[in-house]
Ligand binder design. Structure first.
Ligand code: SF4
Ligand code: SF4
Length: 349
């Protein structure tokens, strides 16, 4: 790729966002009760593409919906009739604005499992037809540790078009993937918008350095991977999970968790089958039809969560099943942080 860098100011960025929303099916963070969730938007006034990560839900539901109809059926004495559900609203060509880098990295991690033993064609279509355009975070928040987890601060390819708020007030716009490059060619920047070509990327580079220096939390994940793989039976898992109330919020909000359940809702002769979020922290998740449950107590479930994220997924796919976004920590009602859990357990080796 021979990619141009554009430079602008806040007014130019507003025009850039407005042109994207006017010409594309666009999803962006929309505020509701102080939090932002990704919704279809028709105007920039409805959303905030630069919403703070602390308040922004993961965009995972745009690729793996929280609860989706997978089929409809009717069943009576004459037999069973199964029908497809309505067309998937998430498979059209679309742009996603304001998806934080950790969130976009989460999709790269999920791509591995969705391209593995079963190819999830719905997920693939949603991925292929989405262009991710987003600003980088200016600085880390207290719960963030994304740079500790396979994150190359300069070479970001999780976003298709990257926006960087330079320290000098300049705003840089640059395609990071071929999809992003194609998008910018198909949606040329209007010279009247105040967005110009930039000969220098100096302002971007300085912002990368400031961003990297802003992290309070740092993890040596290779050390954690190695130590966790040796301590399956440590009693420390009981200590770290003692206050967990099993609400599953940490999994539902996580950009990489992908447990699901299948459930039927039937009234008289007709029913709908749903695929909905579930969690390995749910006591019923491993309950078998005969009544046996291999994870009947919560420390075993928390152990599975930690091991899957920092040992098993890494062994199978070469990546941690955690992108260090910290969303689970800020959402947990009893303040359990996976950063603390895996580091604390690792110290027992
Ligand atoms: S486990 Fe927590 S920190 Fe890691 S990706 Fe999921 S929500 Fe983010
Ligand atoms: S959000 Fe907290 S309390 Fe709820 S399941 Fe996760 S760790 Fe347990």
């Amino acid at each position: 790729m021979n990619v141009e860098t554009f430079v602008t100011d806040k007014a130019g960025l507003v025009k850039f966002y407005e042109a994207i929303i006017a010409n594309n099916e666009t999803y962006a963070p929309v505020e509701k009760f102080g939090k932002f969730d990704f919704k279809r938007v028709l105007t920039l006034a409805e959303c905030d593409p630069d919403s703070p990560i602390t308040k922004t839900m993961s965009a995972k539901p745009l690729f793996f919906p929280r609860s989706a109809k997978i089929l409809k059926y009717s069943a009576d004495a004459s037999g069973t009739d199964v029908k497809e559900t309505d067309e998937d609203p998430l498979t059209g060509k679309r742009v996603i604005l304001g998806m934080k880098h950790c969130d976009a990295r989460g999709l790269q991690v999920l791509d591995k499992v969705y391209n593995w033993d079963y190819i999830d064609s719905d997920y693939q279509k949603r991925r292929q037809n989405s262009v991710i355009i987003s600003s980088r975070c200016d600085k880390a928040e207290t719960h963030c540790f994304c740079t500790s987890l396979d994150y190359d601060v300069e070479n970001l390819d999780a976003m298709d078009v990257l926006i960087v708020h330079g320290l000098d007030g300049k705003i840089f716009i640059k395609a990071r993937t071929e999809k992003g490059e194609t998008f910018l060619k198909a949606n040329p920047i209007d010279p009247a918008s105040g967005i110009q070509h930039s000969a220098s990327e100096e302002g971007m580079k300085k912002q990368y350095d400031a961003f990297a220096a802003s992290f309070r939390l740092k993890m040596d994940y290779k050390n954690v991977n190695g130590k966790l793989s040796k301590i399956f039976d440590t009693p420390e898992f009981e200590n770290v999970s003692a206050s967990c109330i099993g609400c599953n919020t940490c999994a539902f909000i996580c950009p990489t968790c992908h447990c699901f359940k299948i459930s039927d809702e039937k009234i008289k002769d007709t029913g709908i089958r749903y695929k909905s979020y579930d969690s390995c922290n749910n006591g019923y998740f491993t309950l078998m039809a005969g009544g046996h449950n291999p994870r009947p107590v919560k420390y075993r479930r928390w152990r599975q969560r930690a091991m899957h994220k920092f040992v098993y997924y890494k062994e199978r796919f070469g990546e941690n099943l955690c992108v260090g976004c910290g969303r689970c920590a800020i959402s947990c009602p009893v303040n359990i942080s996976i950063f603390e859990v895996v580091n604390q357990v690792a110290t027992t080796v």
